[in-house]
Ligand binder design. Sequence first.
Ligand SMILES: [Zn+2]
Length: 110
Amino acid sequence: MHGVTGAGLLRRNGGTRPATYLCPHCKRRNEFQIHWVTRIKKDRLPAGADDRDRAQFPKLRNYMIRTDDLVTCPTCRRRFEVPSHQSLVFLADGQGPVQYDPDDDNFGNR
Ligand SMILES: [Zn+2]
């Protein structure tokens, strides 16, 4: 994964984001709370940053990683894979982990 190193230069956060998925077993749509880990760039270089950190810092981007791969359908109680291959999302500059676009999970309507 490019551009996602420099862990010491990023703040780690966790949270959930609601998403609506269609269950492949019973075909019901339900809302799920999907867990994400976000990495937000620190405001400034930490003290003790070395030359490599210094070079890397301007190129770092905020991103979040989906940590849930399987969800349990509340209707039929069966598990299925999250029908999204988007497990890493880069956040625009200044965009926090709580600003989500609810429309980007609108699929599964097959
Ligand atoms: Zn189901």
